[in-house]
Design a protein. Structure first.
Ligand SMILES: [Mn+2]
Length: 406
């Protein structure tokens, strides 16, 4: 069987900051990206399309989001190409009730198939119940998404599969990491490796850029989100994987999100018009870009020089023609104008951090928590013996306080 695997579609997503034409065009981007993947599935005549979670950006959605999703999936239904999907952290409802999410509705409508993983409350230990979807003799399983228990469920699933006749495939909204991990969707590579001899294919997700595991003869793939989650996302390597379960071979097919450009420039003046004329315009002359592209500009400023980032963003969007611009200032580390005066240097650093937080989308709404997190992490550097532990604790506290999830 040939499987086309994608993940992290984030259908229904809008950029923060309200409605408007930019918000509308980004909203459409996520559907267009999914639609192109569906076209690819049809053109290649695949055996099935699999989705590794975060189908939707949120379980609370507008009616139009559901209707548009159904319309895209309908294209596959008429072509008799089955879709097998698992859920990610974004698909989950914020309250209990594991089946009360919209993927279950799409499954009921016959637009996709969903393997299940259920938690059974055993008296002494947690037990899990797994129900596969069987297509052409291959059983598709999922560990589901269980937050801090993700790794536990994954091992329970591996144990379960070792007693079941194959062939098996697994879909999981997870990505392997080598070293320490700070994210519920990241699991140690060994947690994935235990499936190596149990499955013919494993489709991952959660991280928004491509990775394969192991490097040689991979069976596990994180494809990457087909669109940028937001303008600050650094994950740029986005693709889908076409996998042949008989040959155990794969083709990596890049998917192209709305273009985003990352520039870094310097200024020695706070005069925006001068900066645009002398630095920005000459740089843009050499940049291949089209109207509606996104741009992230970082400007290195000498101590005490503050360019008006908002003015520059406005210029990039309204004069240069970018769809969205994000401008942030950077000041050299460890330098301060107010040396030798009480806690003056400490204050300068805090100001710089505040300025940075204000320009960075994921921290902007939680400036106090972010500042505390940074201070605590800086303090952890002074305690090498317990540093790791402190950083884990502090990050968990930060995520708990802000409900931020990747
Ligand atoms: Mn995601």
């Amino acid at each position: 069987m040939t499987i086309l695997h994608c993940a992290d579609l984030h259908l229904g997503r809008r950029p923060r900051g309200g409605r408007g034409s930019w918000s509308d065009s980004r909203y459409d981007d996520y559907f267009s990206a999914f639609d192109r993947i569906v076209t690819l599935a049809i053109e290649r005549g695949v055996g099935c399309l699999t989705i590794g979670g975060d189908v939707f950006d949120s379980n609370a959605m507008l009616p139009a989001t559901l209707a548009k999703t159904e319309a895209v999936l309908e294209r596959l239904r008429v072509q008799r190409i089955p879709v097998v999907a698992t859920w990610g952290n974004h698909d989950r409802p914020g309250y209990g009730g594991d089946s009360e999410f919209w993927l279950a509705y799409l499954a009921e409508k016959g637009l996709l198939l969903m393997p299940r993983a259920e938690k059974l409350s055993g008296i002494h230990e947690t037990e899990w119940r797994f129900d596969p979807v069987v297509l052409d003799g291959i059983s598709f399983w999922t560990p589901g998404w269980w937050r801090s228990q993700n790794e536990v469920v994954l091992s329970a699933l591996a144990a379960h599969l070792s007693g079941q006749p194959g062939p098996h495939a697994v879909l999981a909204h997870l990505a392997p990491v080598g070293g320490g991990y700070l994210d519920q969707g990241a699991v140690p590579a060994d947690a994935i490796r235990q499936f190596q001899d149990l499955v013919c294919f494993m489709g991952g997700g959660h991280f928004h850029s491509w990775s394969q595991f192991p490097r040689e003869q991979p069976f596990f793939f994180v494809p990457g989100s087909p669109e940028y989650f937001d303008i600050g996302e650094r994950a740029a390597d986005k693709a889908v994987v076409l996998y042949d379960t008989v040959m155990r071979s794969f083709e990596r097919i890049p998917v192209i999100p709305r273009p985003k450009h990352d520039l870094m420039l310097e200024t020695d003046t706070p005069d925006c018009e001068h900066f645009v004329r002398k630095q920005l315009e000459p740089r843009l002359k050499n940049l291949q870009f089209a109207e509606g592209d996104m741009i992230r500009l970082e400007v290195l400023c000498p101590p005490g020089i503050w360019l008006d980032a908002g003015w520059c963003e406005h210029w990039l969007e309204n004069v240069a023609g970018f769809g969205k611009a994000s401008v942030s200032l950077r000041h050299p580390a460890g330098q301060s104008d107010s040396s030798g005066e009480g806690d003056g240097s400490q204050r300068a650093i805090e100001e710089i951090i505040h300025e940075y937080i204000a320009t960075c989308e994921i921290f902007r709404d939680v400036p106090e928590e972010t500042l505390r997190l940074l201070q605590e992490m800086a303090a952890a550097l002074d305690e090498p013996a317990r540093g790791d532990e402190i950083i884990h604790e502090r990050l968990e506290a930060f995520f708990a306080a802000t409900h931020k999830e990747a």
